[in-house]
Design a protein around this ligand. Structure first.
Ligand SMILES: Nc1ncnc2c1ncn2[C@@H]1O[C@H](COP(=O)(O)OP(=O)(O)OP(=O)(O)O)[C@@H](O)[C@H]1O
Length: 576
């Protein structure tokens, strides 16, 4: 019921169409009652020897009703499909929107394949319910109820005899309903696993090939595929247990009509015409019974899919935007005051411990430290991708929570470790964060990132499509485009997370020279493993197991021969 209430919220904007379609559906179902009565009248006329009296009228009614039934059925099916498609559109939009507000943390725990399964199979189960299933349920219930009412009017005893089977039908239907729901839930789970596996294997196909693990992966896939097949077989098994019984009871109705109805007709308690009418109504009773198995199964599929979709839509967002939306001048001051951080799912393991620093606008900060020491996590806190567990962070003179997320992130450019480019033209990739494209500026930023020259050499220059459906780029080329993209937004704070790790030293020096001019006035955090990348920074922070263990500039840090920085410098120069 809860799921019905939820989906009715999505139907509400299209209530007018839904109501008109429902009225047409009721009329169409009502029309089903007429023809059996008319056929009964024709038969009675023949039996009583009245012959073709009113035959033309009766035949006209039969034809008229049949045509009307076709028209009304076409009309309401079309209208319900329209509502279904609109609901599908809105739901897909809401899910897509939700994906964009969910935290980094959600994606740390959720497989992409799961989300894709919700956005395809699950959402289609909902559309199927709104477009077809809901109206089929109403239609079948109407047929059944109308047939019973009319049958009671014609011959209460025969109708009552037919009603005797309804308790059995009810028991069968509720058993089927209870039995099939968990099966569908398991199918959806298994389908998500299957999806994730395909998605991971396509993404990681190079690793699979490099390790010659194709057979192993195929075997792994076969297991998941087997599981999916088994789950489907299990649901088919439940259906095949109950469907023959529903079929059997619908057959019993025919037997009752023929045996009891025949007996009553022989005894002249029931006219032949009434018996023929009864036999014609059998279809209105039989069909809902036969359909009920599929209807219940599809409804449970809708419920199982709704659970998945609603779990995504209701997923709590930890990082909420509290501030106002107006565009504020943003200075690049960054203050960390006793900041501690642990990941929500691993709250006992501290990742950052008592981090304190104050960075003035325009300063360049180098962050060094062993792998896993917390460098990336630290800069992720600046963009509020995670919330500090304790302590406070001030950006641009305000507590970080007082900025709206939009304001904050529009003023911060983060070049991530893995340079991700969209399957689009280079121009589109570069202008991702800006509203208006200024080609001159784009080329200048690309030159600073040492990307302009190689872009110009590509088949279609800035219009070249890159990524999945375009040309392939080297790791260093992707990094350079990604750096140019971040410069395009003229951020107050620029964060470069190992951005030049894949470029050679000469290119790195060239980029550094260009950056000096481009980032003038921009607070810049440079995470690096090479000392050459941070040597010229105003402040260098050395992290070790989440703590800042050394700080200063190149000269002051080099003064201490025993410090980590000094040792690292000598190692990188090959002196140690
Ligand atoms: N989503 C996560 N959930 C739990 N722990 C995580 C998560 N992401 C990172 N960690 C852990 O946090 C610690 C710090 O990771 P972080 O990525 O900040 O290190 P890093 O210094 O940037 O490393 P690298 O130089 O290799 O990029 C590591 O021990 C890592 O295992």
């Amino acid at each position: 019921m809860d799921h019905l209430k939820w989906i009715s919220g999505y139907i509400k904007p299209y209530l007018k169409t839904e109501i008109i379609a429902s009225i047409i559906l009721i009329i169409s179902s009502g029309l089903q009652v007429i023809n059996p009565i008319v056929i009964g009248l024709i038969v009675n006329n023949i039996v009583s020897g009245k012959g073709d009296e009113n035959l033309v009228l009766y035949l006209s009614i039969l034809i008229g009703v049949t045509v009307l039934k076709i028209i009304t059925r076409y009309a309401y099916q079309n209208m319900f499909e329209q509502v279904g498609q609109n609901v599908l559109f809105d739901l897909r939009n809401d899910m897509y929107r939700k994906i964009h507000v969910l935290d980094f943390d959600y994606f740390n725990h959720t497989r992409v394949g799961d989300i894709l399964a919700h956005m395809t199979g699950d959402i289609d189960a909902v559309r199927h319910f709104v477009s077809w299933l809901a109206s089929t349920i109403v239609e079948n219930v109407l047929w059944f109820v109308l047939a019973i009412i009319v049958m009671f009017k014609i011959d209460p005893m025969l109708a009552l005899a037919m009603m005797l089977i309804t308790p059995f039908i009810y028991i069968l239907q509720s058993k089927l309903s209870k039995g099939i729901y968990p099966k569908f839930y398991e199918i959806r789970e298994s389908f998500s696993r299957l999806n994730s596996m395909v998605e991971e294997n396509i993404g990681g196909n190079r690793v699979v090939k490099a390790f010659a693990r194709e057979e192993y992966e195929i075997e792994k896939f076969n297991k998941v595929n087997d599981d999916y097949m088994e789950k489907n077989m299990a649901s088919a098994q439940v259906l095949s247990t109950y469907l023959p019984w529903l079929e059997f009871f619908s057959g019993v109705l025919s037997v009752i009509t023929l045996v009891l109805g025949g007996f009553l007709a022989i005894n002249s308690t029931l006219s032949i015409g009434a018996l023929v009418t009864f036999t014609n109504y059998l279809w209105m009773l039989n069909n809902p019974l036969r359909n009920s198995g599929w209807i219940i199964s599809d409804t449970q599929r809708f419920f199982a899919s709704s659970v998945k979709i609603r779990a995504l839509l209701d997923e709590p967002v930890q990082i909420k935007s509290k501030g106002d939306q107006e565009k504020n001048q943003f200075t690049g001051e960054v203050i960390f005051d006793s900041v501690n951080f642990s990941f929500p799912d691993n709250s006992t393991i501290p990742i950052l411990k008592d981090v304190n620093f104050k960075i003035e606008p325009g300063q360049v900060v180098g962050i060094l430290g062993k792998t896993g020491s917390g460098k990336t996590t630290l800069v992720h806190l600046i963009g509020r991708f995670y919330e500090a567990t304790s302590g406070s962070i001030q950006i641009g003179g305000k507590d970080i929570n007082e900025w709206s997320l939009k304001q904050l992130r529009e003023n911060i450019s983060l070049v991530m470790q893995d340079a991700f480019l969209f399957s689009d033209s280079i121009e589109e990739n570069l202008s991702f964060g800006v509203d208006q494209i200024d080609m001159g500026y784009m080329e200048r930023m690309s030159s600073i990132a040492d990307a302009h020259q190689f872009i110009e050499r590509l088949p279609e220059g800035y219009q070249t499509i890159v990524g999945e459906r375009g040309v392939g780029l080297s790791g260093g080329q992707k990094q350079r485009i990604s750096l140019a993209r971040s410069l395009m937004t003229k951020p107050a704070i620029l964060i470069l997370d190992d951005t030049t790790s894949a470029v050679d030293m000469t290119t790195e020096t060239k980029i550094q020279e260009g950056l000096k001019e481009a980032i003038d006035g921009t607070t810049t955090f440079i995470i690096a493993h090479r000392i050459s990348s941070v040597k010229e920074a105003d402040i260098i922070l050395v992290l070790d197991e989440g703590e800042i263990v050394e700080r200063g500039n190149h000269e002051t840090l080099m003064a201490d021969e025993h410090c980590i920085y000094h040792t690292l410098y000598e190692k990188q120069l090959g002196l140690k």
